[in-house]
Design a binder for this molecule. Structure first.
Ligand code: BGP
Length: 481
């Protein structure tokens, strides 16, 4: 396989720790997790100590066949107090991190914003205010010029999810619940920020490629023959997925999408109207973009919504806890024929195929695709077993690899795959008990331990096709585990 590269992913706030080191400024999560006791659940310190111990993880990456590594730069480390005062110590540390990767032949893919707006930016209104986009552009330009060793850049991670956490599920300041008007404003501003960043990248003639990781979780009708389910699915997809994927990939909004969005938003006293001037920028960015990223974990099956709002997030891993009912939009439904994770996420690899086809066929976007996140979170505990045999994770990844291989065979240009996550990290709403890594992290000692999936991954990295299988029995025998 020529261009296809296998990699793993991380995000600064979830793995770095060292909240007080080298003059770091606070980001949006610091106070949410540390101070506000009504919400505080988990301490993001020490996370996986990556800010200082990156060498250990990069060494493992090299040993286990990882070619590309997704990570993010914490904006609040580089600009801790305002939009213009640079913190040189953090800049130096990131240079060291990137050097360590590049020297080992591992290609970094760097995200500029992964859910972690600096506190000073949040106090100015974050991306809810259009004027603030300029601050982000200052940061982006600084990074592009300073970190010239980076050849793959990602603008903003999961524009829809960050907007939703602030304005729909009330997980982040300003803690709005079900404020679809604000959600759309923020998401639109972030699409614009993304567009301006891409256009700036090209204007500066930066050597490298730029893309954007989009969280696309299809909202499929529970019963394809039930018109109510189909309508719920169309509306939910328009609001949650197409409303940002469409402008990013096509450079605009179709009448079909706008009609569906506004049929919902009118019930929330808001009408969404993109502005001509912004559309020029968005249109240009779609032409300038080098690749589209897909973060895919699960598909949600939906049916007609009830009148009352219900948004119960399962943050413990106790199956069956999540419930979602969004008036005028959708209600989640369980497909008894499918397997679900402990966090109630339907395991449905076909959904990844649907997302790729949306991009290449529905939106007619022929850009290369990177799967920027995909992975399996589980409850794992090495105090109970000396070696984590994560068969479910291996099965999950292999099933998704089968889908990717089929798509590649059909001619889809999928170039990178990043497993979420490289090592175990801090999870935004699940703390330390939802583990995704190929490498188990003992958060007390910060030691890393290979899981069975790490050995399996190494075997996969030697194969020519993603749908070739690894004999796990043989592998375990070879390992003597
Ligand atoms: C994505 C985020 C990641 C990561 C992942 C798993 O939405 O981009 O940062 O957290 O989801 O999510 P969780 O930790 O909630 O299971």
């Amino acid at each position: 396989m020529q261009k296809f590269k296998l990699g793993t992913a991380t995000a600064a706030f979830q793995c770095e720790g060292h909240l007080e080191t080298d003059g770091r400024g606070k980001c949006i999560w610091d106070d949410v997790l540390l101070n506000d006791k009504s919400i505080a659940k988990y301490n993001p310190e020490p996370a996986s100590d990556f800010y200082k111990s990156f060498d250990v993880d990069i060494k493992l990456a090299k040993e286990y066949g990882i070619e590309v590594f997704r990570l993010s730069i914490a904006w609040s480390r580089i600009f801790p107090t305002d939009a213009s005062t640079v913190n040189k110590k953090a800049v130096e540390q990131y240079h060291k991190m990137f050097k360590a990767m590049i020297e080992k032949g591992i290609i970094p893919n760097v995200t500029l914003h992964h859910f972690d707006s600096p506190q000073w930016f949040v106090e100015k209104g974050d991306f809810l205010s259009k004027e603030n986009i300029d601050d982000f552009l200052v940061f982006a330009e600084f990074c592009f010029k300073e970190f010239s060793e980076i050849k793959y850049w990602s603008t903003l991670n999961e524009i829809n999810a960050y907007s939703g956490q602030k304005n729909i599920s009330a997980a982040l300041p300003p803690y709005f619940r079900l404020e679809y008007g604000h959600f759309f404003k923020q998401q639109y501003n972030m699409v614009l920020a993304h567009a301006k960043t891409v256009n700036l990248f090209k204007k500066l003639k930066i050597d490298g490629e730029i893309g954007v990781p989009c969280s696309v979780s299809p909202m499929a009708p529970l019963d394809e023959n039930n018109p109510d389910d189909v309508l719920a699915s169309d509306r939910a997809n328009a609001v949650s997925n197409w409303s940002f994927v469409e402008p990013i990939t096509t450079g605009g909004y179709s009448q079909e999408t706008l009609k569906l969005i506004n049929s919902v938003l009118k019930n929330y006293d808001f009408i969404f109207e993109p502005q001509e001037k912004d559309l020029k920028e968005i249109h240009q960015a779609a032409k300038n973009l080098d690749w589209v990223g897909i973060n895919y974990y699960f598909t949600t099956f939906v049916t007609k919504a009830d009148a009352d709002f219900d948004f119960t997030i399962n943050s413990t891993g106790e199956k069956g806890k999540s419930k979602f009912n969004v008036p005028w939009l959708w209600k989640t439904a369980i497909r008894p024929d499918l397997k679900y994770t402990h966090w109630d996420w339907a395991i449905y690899p076909e959904g990844l195929g649907h997302v790729v086809k949306w991009i290449s066929e529905k939106f007619n976007c022929k850009l290369p695709i990177h799967i920027t996140e995909n992975g399996y979170g589980d409850l794992e505990d090495m105090t109970k077993t000396p070696f984590i045999k994560d068969y479910d994770r291996i099965q999950y990844i292999q099933d998704h690899f089968d889908v990717i291989q089929k798509l590649i065979d059909e001619g889809e240009k999928i170039e990178h795959y990043y497993l979420w996550s490289h090592m175990d990290m801090f999870s935004w709403t699940n703390g330390y008990n939802k583990r995704y890594g190929l490498f188990y992290v003992d958060f007390e000692t910060q030691k890393r331990y290979e899981k069975l999936s790490a050995y399996w991954w190494l075997e996969k990295s030697k194969q020519d096709r993603l749908d070739e299988k690894v004999d796990l029995k043989e592998l375990e025998k070879k390992l003597g585990k």
